[in-house]
Design a binder for this molecule. Structure first.
Ligand SMILES: *Cc1c(COP(=O)(O)O)cnc(C)c1O
Length: 410
């Protein structure tokens, strides 16, 4: 397709097969299995000579269309849709590693990603080496011949720190490692991962891409820019599948055998979510900027973190990597934990909930919730203060959000 804008492209990705009724919306195919005309045709399908949907755990038309749309919008080599963000992450790591291998990850991670690496994978002999990601020497000291990838989040949450992607990419290239980004917070209309040396993206589409908390989903995006011969757990697929070796291993092995595929009903929501993604991100961004100005001018607010704001420590990196739109989550500090609780309890429009990128604005006190299982020392290391609130900014009329905050601060 021509180089048109994001939303125009989103609305015009062709179906894999023309709909017999010329439907404008991709229909929801709820069938579990798909029929063949003859025994010979099934045989050809199982040999790989006749491509068709067979059984919906491995592929189905509605999910396939979501994948095609994601592929077009990320300008990538291939996309696999999953039933959650965590499945996208776990499936990816299980495909590139085996027991005894390791990956290098930032300390400041989405809580369940941290738990997955630190607890679940460790029990299977898969090690994660955590880094602060601010010193080249320190990162390089963690790499050995069993290291398979560097894994990072584009913007950490709730700290809202932006990864130095250029640094990570340089180290990954030098040591021939895969570079994996969890880009959930910065959707593909603001972050073009392959421009910055990222090889794979893992995304919780539950967040922005669902259209606003409509359904659970995940996506694994392969940018086709890594030499899979370099990974001993994938290299056996390169002879037959070339640049698609990783996707082939996912589809024929981990994804199929662990059963983490997206449900067709979910794909139906998420297709619609992609249509309106850019509109929603723009509105949330405008709201963040207006709220940032308001919060910064209010004496009751001790600190505001949003890298879209000039003066924020992440501002220049936000410009460099995300066109100035580093997602639409912000955090701010009040005087004390008690002040945070009183404030939260008075809010009438902003909802007390733990999700991100709903259409509604959501607030949470991370120290007492998401980080409740952490020791005080771990929380300090993670930069989680008990005076901090995280606000996921929605699409409401911003004057109503400001009034809600103003009244709750009184
Ligand atoms: C929510 C989230 C996940 C996990 O996604 P689920 O869809 O809840 O499984 C992973 N990474 C980040 C950055 C997230 O915000």
């Amino acid at each position: 397709m021509k180089k048109t804008g994001f939303t125009t492209r989103a609305l015009n990705v062709p179906f894999a097969k023309q709909d017999p009724h010329k439907a404008l919306q991709m229909p929801l195919y709820e069938s579990v299995a798909y029929e063949f005309d003859s025994a010979e045709q099934i045989e050809a399908n199982f040999k790989g000579d006749y491509i068709a949907h067979v059984y919906s755990r491995t592929s189905s038309p509605t999910v396939e269309y979501f994948e095609l749309k994601m592929k077009a919008l990320t300008n990538s080599n291939g996309v696999v849709a999953m039933n959650s963000g965590m499945t996208a992450i776990s499936t990816t790591i299980l495909a590139i590693c085996k027991a005894g291998d390791n990956i290098i990850s930032g300390h400041r991670l989405f809580g369940h990603s941290y738990a997955l690496f630190k607890q679940s994978f460790a029990e299977f002999g898969l090690e994660t080496r955590f880094s602060d990601f601010d010193s080249e020497i320190e990162i390089e000291s963690l790499i050995d011949d069993k290291t398979r990838a560097i894994y990072f989040e584009t913007v950490t949450n709730p700290q809202l720190e932006i990864a130095d992607i250029a640094l990570l990419s340089r180290i990954a290239k030098k040591h021939q490692l895969l570079l994996i980004a969890d880009s959930t917070i910065t959707p593909p209309n603001v972050f073009q991962a392959n421009k910055f040396g990222v090889n794979l993206e893992v995304i919780s589409t539950t967040k922005y891409i669902s259209g606003g908390a409509t359904s659970f989903g995940g996506a694994l995006v392969d940018h086709g820019n890594y030499n899979w011969e370099l990974n001993p757990n994938i290299s056996s697929y390169t002879k037959k599948f070339k640049q698609n070796a990783f996707i082939a291993k996912i589809r024929k092995n981990i994804y199929r055998n662990t059963g983490g595929g997206m449900a067709p009903q979910t794909a139906r929501y998420q297709i619609q979510g992609l249509d309106i993604l850019e509109l929603r991100v723009e509105k949330c961004y405008q709201n963040c900027m207006a709220l940032g100005d308001y919060l910064n001018s209010n004496a009751a607010i001790k600190q505001v973190d949003y890298p879209g704001l000039e003066g924020d420590k992440g501002y220049s990196l936000a410009k460099k990597y995300f066109n100035g739109v580093p997602g639409t989550i912000m955090s701010f500090d009040l005087e004390s934990k008690e002040a945070c609780f009183v404030f939260m309890n008075k809010l009438q429009i902003i909802r007390r909930a733990t999700n991100l990128n709903d259409n509604k604005s959501l607030i949470i006190h991370p120290h007492s919730t998401i980080y409740a299982e952490f020791t005080e020392d771990e929380r300090a290391k993670a930069g989680i203060r008990d005076t901090m609130l995280r606000l996921s900014v929605g699409i409401e009329n911003v004057e109503d959000l400001i009034e809600d905050i103003e009244l709750a601060l009184k």
